[in-house]
Design a protein around this ligand. Structure first.
Ligand SMILES: [Zn+2]
Length: 410
């Protein structure tokens, strides 16, 4: 979690880490220069006002936003849709790394990934994803959440021991799927016990289609610190309206964050359907959105792109574009326990520059992007769109500002 002390801002001392982002547009319409230093935003001034100390990046034609974060990934199964699916540690590490880099290229500088533990691999997948996390240091922050299969009964004792080992190995939150255990409440109690022992946040999978079970869970986790996240809660949208509204009120009262997955299912949940986001928001639930599966069997076409999740929240759930982007950036970071990012002096330099003018435009089309993590440009995607006149073979490059761009991945 980036949380270092404030940096001096006199501008006089040599600073090899300084980077000035020049001529970027902000969501409020201003055009500014932004100076980054030592992983934080040091100063924001009108365009042309900041002395370039260190490198400069020209962001003319780009909208500069707080970076998205990915609160719900599945690194161990990512990129397996086209199988066969080997799960050797080397293979898991390679795919987890590749998936994180793909998500980083979309703008997610912080990722939280659910990884199964137990079964024949025991802690092998977790170790492999932790290895990937180490190799990605400096590029993005990856938090690993262990997901045990069973935590109650005779078989549950092994799962519980493994969950404790997973936390000692470096898992950043305690996870699980209570609905898969014969005793969902016992499972949730076990997860909470481990979380309290280690002072870890909790991040549980639930489909949310059993109101009584959800009510028990909400009562159990109410007020727990450092925080409880539930997702994807798609089943809430299959409940009768009054039952869904009661569940939303209980989740709000318990202070849990809900991470919905607008792109559909994920590794732990078979059913489709997106949580009723407007109902949850009107009940006062802290709502964030993630991407879930990235090209595994539960979503072979998953993109792992937070801007696509934002697009779907706006297009299908009717959120205002700024709120939809907030769900994949500010709210996603909050659900992950990370400090807030604003494009203001003193905040962490976790930023995304997207070619375009306004949030609605970049949720519609976001092809060219520059991603900034800890004050450095760590990924860049550039797209050029050309219209070709076949008779004369004349190629015309369109003006910038969001109207240009072709999908380089297509
Ligand atoms: Zn999941």
């Amino acid at each position: 979690m980036p949380d270092s002390q404030q940096q001096p801002s006199d501008g006089a001392t040599a600073d090899t880490t300084a980077l000035v982002l020049c001529g970027a547009r902000l969501a409020d319409g201003r055009t500014v220069d932004v100076r980054l230093s030592a992983g934080r935003i040091e100063a924001v001034g009108t365009a042309g006002s900041l002395i370039a100390r260190g490198a400069r990046v020209d962001l003319d034609g780009y909208l500069l936003l707080p970076a998205p974060a990915e609160p719900h990934a599945h690194s161990d199964t990512a990129l397996t849709a086209e199988g066969p699916v080997p799960y050797s540690p080397d293979d898991v590490q390679r795919r987890a790394t590749e998936a994180a880099l793909l998500q980083l290229s979309h703008g997610a500088t912080a990722l939280r990934s659910h990884v199964r533990i137990g079964g024949a691999q025991e802690l092998g997948r977790l170790e492999a994803v932790l290895q990937a996390r180490r190799s990605l240091r400096g590029l993005c922050d990856l938090t690993v959440v262990p997901v045990p299969r069973l935590l109650t009964g005779v078989a549950g004792a092994d799962g519980l021991a493994m969950l404790r080992d997973a936390v000692k190995m470096g898992a950043g939150a305690v996870g699980g799927c209570p609905d898969l255990d014969p005793d969902p409440s016992g499972y949730a109690e076990a997860v909470l016990e481990v979380a309290v022992e280690h002072g870890c946040p909790v991040d549980l999978h639930t489909d949310g289609d059993d109101p009584a079970r959800l009510a028990r869970l909400a009562a159990m986790v109410a007020g727990l610190r450092p925080g409880v996240t539930l997702g994807p809660c798609g089943g809430l949208s299959r409940l009768p309206a009054d039952a869904a509204a009661r569940a939303a009120d209980q989740l709000a009262a318990a202070g849990v964050s809900v991470v919905c997955l607008p792109q559909g299912g994920c590794g732990g949940v078979e059913q489709r359907g997106v949580a009723p986001v407007r109902l949850l928001l009107s009940a006062g639930v802290r709502l964030a959105a993630g991407s879930g599966a990235l090209r595994d069997v539960s979503n072979p076409v998953g993109r792992g792109d937070p801007l696509e999740a934002g697009y779907l929240l706006a297009a299908q759930s009717g959120l205002r574009p700024a709120d939809a982007y907030g769900a994949v950036s500010t709210a996603a970071r909050a659900a992950m326990g990370l400090g807030e990012v604003r494009v203001e002096a003193g905040f962490p330099a976790e930023l995304l520059a997207v070619r375009g003018e306004r949030i609605a435009g970049v949720l519609s089309q976001a092809y060219s992007r520059s991603v900034i993590h800890r004050g450095r440009v760590v990924a860049r995607t550039s797209a050029v769109r050309e219209y070709c006149d076949s008779a004369t073979a004349v190629v015309t490059e369109l003006p910038r500002q969001g109207r240009s761009g072709a999908d380089p991945g297509a």
